[in-house]
Design a protein around this ligand. Structure first.
Ligand code: DGT
Ligand code: MG
Length: 373
C-alpha cells in the first residue's frame, strides 16, 4: 500500500553502511542512469556531483519496491532536485535526456575507454583527451610516454575487459595460495573485494594475506610473486612497499600491495569456429592460447590489523566511504584499513600537530578481538 511505501521511504537511513544494498534490486533503470551521471561528473573532476549521484543511486538500491512516481522519493536522503529530474523522466518517458546526451558525448566515451585501461586514472585520461587522444588506437602515437603499467594494460586490454568469473577467481586463489604456501605453509590467504560480497564476476581478484608471526610476512610477497613469475604465470607486477607512516586520513592505506596481471591457465581454451577462421585468418592466434590475463591485487597486513584490512578491502568502494564517514561524523572515530581510532580524545592535537599523529593513533587504537582471523 502507499502508506507502507511512505513508511519505508521515511525509514531509510542516511549513511550507506546503515542500509542493505542488494546487488539485485527494484530500480535498476534509474540507478544505472544516476551512475552514468556520477561517472560523467567524475570525468569532469566534480567530486561533489559524483558523490551526489552515487549517494542517490545507493539509496534507491535499498528501496524494497519499484518506484512508480517521483513523489515517492521526496522523503529519501540524497534524492534532491537534480536526481529527481532524472527519476521523473525515466519513470515517465523511460529515458532521461541528459543521460542520453552524456552517453553520446565524445568526452564521456573517450574518458570511459581510456580509464578502462589498467594504470590510467581520470587525471591521465583527461590530459590525454586534451592532447587530442580519443581512442585506444590514438595511444600508439604516445608509445614512449606510457608507463610500464599502462603498456601492460594496453597489451592485455581485451582480456582485462572481460569479467573474471567466480570459477576463474577460484583458480587464481589456488595459484596464489600455492605460491605463498611454498614459502610459509600456514600463511592465511583470504579472497576479498567483490567476490567476498558474493558477486558472481568482477574486474579483478583481490586477496588479503596475513600471519601471526610478522617475521613470516617479511619479504613474502616479493618472493611469492617472483616464484610465480619464474613459472611464467606473471604478465606484469609492481609491489608498493608498506609505508611506515601511513596517513591517518580516511582514504590512505599503507599496506604492502602487489598490483599484478596473472596468466590464468584456461580450463578449456575457446577454439574459434571454422567460419571465423575463414573470415579472419589471424583472429584465432589469440584464441588458441591456453591462458587468459587476469588482474590480481595482493595485500599483506600485520595480524593485528587483519580485521580492519579485511573490512577495508571487501568494499564496495561506496560502502567503505560511507562507513568511514559514519565513523567520523557519528562515532567520532577514524576508520581505515589499519584500525579504528578515537579522535575525540585528541581532536585538536590531531588537526594541528601532524607529527604527533602516528603516536596518538597508536595510543588510541582499538585492538581487534583476540580470536584468530
Ligand atoms: P570489482 O573488482 O570491480 O568486481 O569490484 P571490487 O568491489 O572488488 O572493487 P576493487 O577490486 O576495485 O576493490 C576492492 C575493494 O578494495 C574496494 O571496494 C575498496 C578496496 N580498495 C581498492 N583499492 C584500495 C586501496 O588502494 N586502498 C584501500 N584501503 N582499499 C582499496
Ligand atoms: Mg575486485
Amino acid at each position: 500500500s502507499s502508506v507502507s511505501r511512505d513508511k519505508a521511504t521515511q525509514e531509510i537511513p542516511a549513511y550507506g553502511c546503515q542500509r542493505r544494498t542488494p546487488l539485485h534490486h527494484h530500480n535498476k533503470e534509474i540507478t544505472d542512469a544516476l551512475e552514468i551521471l556520477a561517472l560523467s561528473a567524475s570525468f569532469q573532476g566534480s567530486e561533489a556531483r559524483f558523490l551526489g549521484f552515487t549517494r542517490a543511486s545507493s539509496v534507491l538500491k535499498s528501496l524494497p519496491f519499484r518506484l512508480q512516481s517521483v513523489e515517492e522519493v521526496k522523503d529519501l536522503p540524497w534524492c534532491g532536485g537534480h536526481s529527481q529530474t532524472v527519476i521523473q523522466e525515466i519513470l515517465e518517458d523511460g529515458v532521461c535526456r541528459e543521460v542520453e546526451t552524456v552517453k553520446n558525448s565524445e568526452h564521456f566515451q573517450s574518458m570511459k575507454a581510456l580509464t578502462s585501461i589498467f594504470g590510467v586514472g581520470i587525471r591521465t585520461a583527461d590530459k590525454w583527451y586534451r592532447d587530442g587522444v580519443r581512442s585506444l588506437s590514438d595511444l600508439n602515437n604516445l608509445g614512449g610516454k606510457l608507463t610500464a603499467e599502462q603498456k601492460a594494460g594496453l597489451l592485455h586490454y581485451t582480456d582485462l575487459q572481460q569479467s573474471v568469473t567466480r570459477e576463474e577467481a577460484g583458480t587464481v586463489e589456488q595459484l596464489i595460495k600455492g605460491a605463498l604456501q611454498s614459502f610459509v605453509p600456514d600463511v592465511r590467504v583470504t579472497m576479498t573485494g567483490g567476490f567476498r560480497r558474493g558477486k558472481q564476476e568482477g574486474h579483478d581478484v583481490d586477496f588479503l594475506i596475513t600471519h601471526p608471526d610478522e617475521e613470516a610476512l617479511n619479504g613474502l610477497l616479493r618472493k611469492a610473486v617472483a616464484w610465480l613469475d619464474g613459472k611464467g604465470s606473471v604478465l606484469y607486477y609492481h609491489v608498493r612497499a608498506r609505508s611506515q607512516n601511513f596517513s591517518g586520513s580516511n582514504t590512505m592505506d599503507g599496506h604492502e600491495t602487489c598490483y599484478s596481471i596473472i596468466a590464468l591457465p584456461n580450463v578449456c581454451p575457446e577454439k574459434p569456429s571454422p567460419d571465423a577462421e575463414k573470415i579472419e585468418p589471424d583472429l584465432d592466434k589469440n584464441s588458441l592460447r591456453n591462458w587468459k590475463a587476469v588482474r590480481v591485487d595482493l595485500v599483506v597486513c600485520p595480524y593485528s590489523e587483519y580485521f580492519y584490512a579485511l573490512l577495508g578491502w571487501t568494499g564496495s568502494k561506496h560502502f567503505e566511504r560511507e562507513l568511514r564517514r559514519f565513523s567520523l561524523h557519528v562515532k567520532k572515530m577514524s576508520l581505515n584499513s589499519h584500525g579504528l581510532f578515537d579522535i575525540q580524545k585528541n581532536a585538536t592535537t590531531l588537526l594541528h600537530r601532524r607529527r604527533r599523529y602516528l603516536h596518538i593513533l597508536d595510543s588510541h587504537m582499538c585492538r581487534p578481538p583476540r580470536e584468530t582471523p
